[in-house]
Design a binder for this molecule. Sequence first.
Ligand code: ATP
Ligand code: MG
Ligand code: MG
Length: 551
Amino acid sequence: NETVSKNFIEQEIDKDLAEGVYDHVCTRFPPEPNGYLHIGHAKSILLNYGLAQEYDGEFHMRFDDTNPTKEKMEFVDSIKEDIKWLGADWKQHLYFASDYFDQMYDCAVKLIKKGKAYVCDLTAEEIRQYRGTLTEAGKESPYRNRSVEENLQLFEEMRDGKYEDGTKVLRAKIDMASPNINMRDPVIYRVAHMTHHNTGDKWCIYPMYDFAHPIEDAIEGITHSICTLEFEDHRPLYDWVVRECEFTMPPRQIEFAKLYLTNVVTGKRYIKKLVEDKIVDGWDDPRLVSIAALRRRGFTPESIKMFIEMCGISKAQSSVDYAMLEYCIREDLKLKKSRMMAVLDPIKLVIDNYPEGQIEYLDVPNNLENEELGTRKVPFCRELYIERDDFMEEPPKKYFRLFPDNEVRLMSAYFVKCVGYEKDEDGNVTVVHCTYDPETKSGSGFTGRKVKGTIHWVAAPTAQKAEVRLYENLVDEEKGVYNKEDGSLNLNPNSLTILKECYVEPSFQDAKAYDSFQFVRTGYFCIDAKDSTTENLVFNRIVSLKSSFKL
Ligand code: ATP
Ligand code: MG
Ligand code: MG
């Protein structure tokens, strides 16, 4: 959108281009393949991809797979699928940081030769203590002044598997008195006798993130390395690594605030527990906010883009309401989707004066706000299903739907007047009897009288039975996400309602996984990709029609 003023990252890029720091733009999205992507990652993906597009530059997809302990191929595949779905196209630029292990090793050797790195035998705990705190200066390691020759030999031996995990590390030799603890001789390589999913058993030493990441960026010619705020304090180290390793075109790190959603669970360990305890149906349960879950719930890439744009890019940490995401999906689907009739909690309606056995096909517009979606034929007959709460024996004031002697419009069909009802032994209404007036057919131009209520319906003989799943927030918004005592989640016991006896029009024969629709008066729904079949349709409620969110 040209009229919207540029965000601070765009302003920085403009400046870099104007000053000739760079003559092009190259960005990247660098996930660690250790879990599924969530809505927060979408922000980073769309930001990086969007900048590359805006500046006619390049976008790289890079798996930051330098830590073999947590990474899996399963996640590589799911991450690729999610990014493609969001519409970010990395073209031929798919990279794995582990493919750079040789170059990283060479960089480490270069640092040793320059006297800028040393092998240290302190334990992890000792290193932590020696590094000091914000208020207390660091203390130099007794191994800090080993000779270049000794360091070269020890580092080679580390690589060759001579040392156990945790017994030796390589550290950058920077400044133990720096006010920035990241600069107090950070560890850049550690020993880990582990099989890596890409490089197998070739390596038993692995580079640390703060060393590997700038090298990855520099190797690929990234110009703007965009990351989240927690890395702000790491930027001096990022710059140090790029400079000391003598890369000719240094990339520039820019930080922005993470996206947080209010009252939503994003922490990996919480979700893992919910999956293990079978409280949710996998990582793509429609109540979660992983990209896979949002897709299964019926969110579209367009709605997520709109949401991310509305959130904006800034350096100020804040939390966004889930209702804003709901607003975006409603906006996206409003004019694009057909408005179908579905009865979620059915009772029968019998039109006593309509000929038995007759079916007429009514022309129903698919979307009154968008004629381009055309019309469809909807069967109408003597026996219909309507919503249980569209009938009341004794209505309160301002109830304009069906009650004895009241007349309403059956949407896209006729006026009907309630002439009686039947109840079962428990007193539940089972059948509502009406008469219809053929003169009042929708589209006939009838103006003889008016009714105040319009209700939806589905013809009983041709209706298809369906399962509908209604979702509410997984956590209790009143109590807050986390239990104050033990840190566990305050779960909402009503986060999932399964309705097994719903009836939909016979217009869903060709509906495929993820297809979505409006059910008139009820909300937006999509075909569940895991459980729906042609015979047994399963719909997920994406969002209800009403919103508490105001722009
Ligand atoms: P998580 O622990 O939630 O998976 P992460 O930081 O470990 O997050 P990575 O795979 O390391 O995830 O991150 C990939 C990229 O996504 C990083 O550049 C990171 O800054 C960005 N990112 C992660 N979470 C968010 C968020 N909530 N908002 C914006 N960007 C994010
Ligand atoms: Mg991650
Ligand atoms: Mg991470």
